[in-house]
Design a binder for this molecule. Structure first.
Ligand SMILES: [Mg+2]
Length: 195
């Protein structure tokens, strides 16, 4: 895996590492809505739920420790992080979370905190513009995020990759990967610098 000094990979958390799909489907069902996995995407879910239900869901997902800590890992993310670390690739987590205590607890629960992430390479921000600030500051050459609208706003990342595991955005202008396996393969084949 090519990794020139100064270049790093930036990773979003929700929808890339942390998987809230089942929690969203279960909560929606209790409220009388049936969601398919692809409808749970952060940019599509508002089409499927009422604003009131969505607001309550977000509270449960990000502020209620009981519900929030039920989130799983995105398939392949653990192995992907292992491969990045093993290769010596510098990587960072930059997540938009208003309540980072729960986010850290979630990473601890899944044994990622301390092994792959810590205070030095994990940053929790309130606005997308702050993501971009860290991307510039940390010398991140490639950023992986599951939201096209977020990637659109990042001007400091040279390479922006859309993590699109449910094939929601086939017409996106951003380069897409459907899985962690595909992402790692892409990084290995082309390196962060040269693709
Ligand atoms: Mg996300």
């Amino acid at each position: 895996m090519k990794s020139k000094k100064g270049f790093a990979i930036g990773l979003d958390m929700d929808g890339v590492i942390i998987d809230n799909t089942d929690t969203k489907i279960r909560f929606a069902k209790r409220m009388g809505f049936t969601l398919k996995p692809e409808q749970t995407h952060a940019e599509l879910i508002e089409k499927a739920l009422t604003p009131e239900v969505l607001s309550e869901l977000r509270t449960h997902l990000y502020f209620n420790p009981v519900t929030a800590l039920q989130a799983k890992l995105v398939p392949g993310s653990l192995d992907g992080l292992h491969q990045l670390k093993k290769s010596g690739q510098r990587f960072y987590l930059i997540s938009k979370r208003k309540y980072p205590i729960i986010a850290r607890e979630l990473l601890k629960k899944h044994k990622l905190w301390g092994k792959y992430f810590d205070e030095k390479n994990a940053f929790f921000v309130r606005e997308t513009e702050e993501k971009d600030y860290h991307i510039g500051r940390l010398g991140i050459g490639l950023y992986l995020d599951d939201q096209p609208s977020t990637l659109d706003k990042l001007v400091n990342a040279k390479h922006k990759i859309l993590f699109d595991r449910f094939n929601c955005f086939v017409k996106s202008k951003h380069r897409r990967v459907g899985s962690w396996e595909e992402f790692i393969k892409m990084v290995k084949e082309h390196g962060v610098v040269n693709f």
